[in-house]
Design a protein around this ligand. Sequence first.
Ligand code: PLP
Length: 446
Amino acid sequence: MSHDPFPFAPDDTRRILDWIAGHVAAGPDPKNGARAAAALEPEMGGAITPDGLGAEAAFALFTDVIQPATRPFGHPTSLSFVAAAPTRAALSFDAALGAAGIFAGNWDGGAGAIHAENQALRWLSDLAGWPATAGGVFVAGGTLGNLSALHAARHWHRTCTQEAQAGRGAILCSSEAHSSIAAVARVMDADLITVPSDASGRMSADAAAAYLTPETFAIVANGGATNCGAVDDIAGLTQLAKARGVWVHVDGAYGGAAMADPALRPTFDGIEQADSLIIDPHKWVFAPYDSCALLYRDAANGAAAHGQRAVYLDTVDKSEWNPSDYALHLTRRARGLPLWYSLATHGTKAYALAIAHTRAIAEDLAERIAAAAWLELLLGPNLTVILFRPRNRTEDEMVRWAEEHRRSGALLCLPTRWRGEMVFRLCIVNPQTDPDHVMAVLDTLR
Ligand SMILES: Cc1ncc(COP(=O)(O)O)c(C=O)c1O
């Protein structure tokens, strides 16, 4: 007689599915947010017991305590950091993907899912104008994508450049590069060369050329800098890199999505010649956490640097696409599938329109901020990032104002710094963001 150590009835599953259906339809509650551990513990302490709470009580902890104590990044009023705006199709499908329990580290475990993920990766490669040799994998986030791409870059550079073999090498990036690039350089024990950006936050090829050293194995071009939205001079940087035998990696974690909008595509000119690229679908490609599309223009360069070897992996089918060959990971979920499902459901035109619409919202807001006598527009929109400041508020007042509106759920608009000064930053990735609502909240800064 088999014994089930973990009884769980179909009704227990249904309870979860019902919540998913209701939650996806209603969307996130903008009043939710972080609470201190000291406040959570009295409500959640004792959850892990020798005998278990039972399915219903344990799930109630999730719906009543855990989920409300999380920031509702998917809400259209979430305009700080780089938020998320997952489609209902992608969110719902993510639950099915979890239930399917697919191992997508290699073809043998996840063939169908990997094939579908590769279709979504192909769509992104086509946006970059990359040939059939392009390919890659979905990893957990932009940080891991940047690490995996830059490791491949150094491996490639060491293979082609004999004299670089001995050195640690250097990564060149703009002063506006995301913090993950510095973290990656630390992990890789590589030097980091930081090039000052221009007034709009952009790195030009001329500026980069002045800093390029013989040790440099990769130039990281911003394809939408986090703090200011700038897209570097990708065409100039790829030309410079080709002339000097250097790899170009485009960090499009946030902004790469803009390539889907024909009006914004020219901003990325030159990317056709870049060597690697990341785009986070959980940022501006309307997918749930967590996913980063990591792409190599020539996927063989990714495979040469990555992949794990061991006797227990000898049976893996090497003739097919094994995602673990393209990044620093082995076991993985098919985290690109929610994007695939949503793309297959809605079609790529819907994506292009949603991204163009988001940009139109940013343009509208920038115009209105520029016209508001009590506000000063400092920058933007760079893609969909706007920096501005109120004319008559101190830094303390700005912090208090932001906190008040975060708590009420009216608007998540937090301060950042630009050229040393405290400013407000809006980053719009949600096509449902209502500019009238945002301006009504900004009106309270008069
Ligand atoms: C431009 C850029 N690169 C990399 C990252 C890191 O991505 P992740 O948070 O998915 O690790 C971010 C995150 O905001 C980003 O904006």
